[in-house]
Ligand binder design. Structure first.
Ligand SMILES: NC(=O)c1ccc[n+]([C@@H]2O[C@H](COP(=O)([O-])OP(=O)(O)OC[C@H]3O[C@@H](n4cnc5c(N)ncnc54)[C@H](OP(=O)(O)O)[C@@H]3O)[C@@H](O)[C@H]2O)c1
Length: 345
């Protein structure tokens, strides 16, 4: 990575506070604050001072290293990158020499997700470098916490509902895991697109998911949604706690199943076999499509427009200071967060 030659280059050899992962295990056992080298932006990157970041499934997967199969990709004894986190909102500290759209002091938000440079530190740190192509100006209407919390969950929800599922007027959409990070945003986005939405959640979240705009609620503690008679044009399954074949029974003849969960942290494979089975069903008569979070500027701008309009709100259950990032990851690992878990500077 070549350091920026811009006049705003931060002092070399500076250190920063970051949450460093030393091995796989429970968040409180393997994540701890430490001083590490502050990253320098390469030519097309921006150095951002973190004001807020959020916890997503890839973070707790990389912390626990379970399902174990994922360690083949992350690293056998510990992840190759020691700092977790991909969503970011903050202020520009310095820019690479090819970056023209940002200046020091700008308030921005975006994501490191999908960036293949293994040396990059994640966002659970005072500073992080982000590709300029995955960053936009933060609207003044959004707090740093809201902006950071929206990125991975919001783009996934937006692409799932708008592009993959093509939710719209006259379409019935079922969202399993409607009260989580992706689900809360997917419910609201599907409603703004004009769809009829059914949300699946537990009893304590029934009124909450209704307040997000869901037309119908299925309380999974009382009713198994796969046994219902209603048929759906789109099913976004954020939990994968039922066999995909049973969920697919609920589709209309032209319906689309979007399996969207690595699932719980269990054993060698976790829910990977279930995802594989869902994908194999897609070779037959069932329309199975996956969604991938693509945090480029177009998608970030579309998401920001929805949030600024007020039609879609980011629900934050709790914010933790950076030094307590391990508790933030543990909170999400409990699988019952309502909306998003945020980490602030
Ligand atoms: N495709 C992509 O690029 C992409 C990106 C991000 C995330 N994802 C996937 O999206 C999935 C959801 O992520 P998330 O951030 O929304 O997770 P999350 O915030 O941890 O989800 C928590 C929610 O799950 C609900 N839940 C737990 N057990 C449930 C059950 N049996 N039935 C229905 N709901 C249940 C909880 O509701 P209750 O408390 O009411 O039980 C809670 O509100 C993850 O599996 C992740 O792998 C995919």
């Amino acid at each position: 990575m070549s350091a920026s030659t811009n006049a705003t280059t931060p002092e070399r050899d500076a250190t920063m506070k970051a949450i460093v992962q030393r091995g796989y295990g429970a968040p409180e056992q393997v994540l701890a604050p430490d001083d590490i080298a502050r990253p320098a932006p390469s030519d097309d990157e921006v150095l951002v001072r973190m004001r807020a970041t959020s916890v997503n499934t890839p973070d707790w997967l990389a912390v626990t290293g379970v399902p174990y199969l994922l360690r083949l990709g992350f690293g056998l004894r510990r992840p190759a990158t020691p700092v977790r986190g991909s969503d970011i909102a903050g202020t520009v500290e310095a820019v690479g020499k090819n970056v023209t759209g940002f200046r020091p002091g700008d308030e921005v938000f975006g994501s490191l997700w999908g960036n293949s440079a293994k040396s990059l530190a994640g966002t659970f740190a005072e500073f992080t470098v982000v590709p300029a192509s995955q960053l936009i100006g933060k609207p003044a209407e959004l707090s740093f916490a809201e902006a950071a919390a929206s990125v991975m969950s919001g783009i996934t929800a937006l692409l799932a509902m708008r592009d993959v599922g093509r939710a719209g007027p006259g379409k019935r959409v079922l969202i399993n895991g409607a009260s989580g990070g992706v689900g809360t945003l997917a419910v609201q986005i599907a409603k703004t697109l004009g769809a009829q939405v059914t949300g699946v959640c537990s009893t304590r979240n029934v009124e909450f998911v209704q307040s997000l705009g869901a037309d119908h609620i299925i309380d999974y503690t009382r009713e198994d949604y796969t046994r219902g008679t209603q048929r759906y044009d789109v099913i976004l399954d954020n939990v994968l706690n039922h066999p995909p074949a049973a969920t697919a029974e609920l589709l209309t003849p032209t319906g689309i199943l979007i399996p969207n969960s690595i699932g719980s942290a269990r054993g060698l494979f976790g829910s990977l076999p279930r995802i594989a089975r869902a994908k194999m069903m897609g070779w037959g008569s069932t329309d199975v499509r996956t969604v991938t979070c693509l945090p480029g500027q177009d998608n970030l701008n579309d998401l920001a427009a929805l949030l600024v309009s007020g039609d879609v709100k980011v629900i934050i259950e709790r914010a933790y200071p950076l030094g307590e990032a391990a508790h933030a990851v543990a909170h999400m690992l409990g699988h019952h967060a309502r909306g998003k878990i945020v980490i602030t500077d």
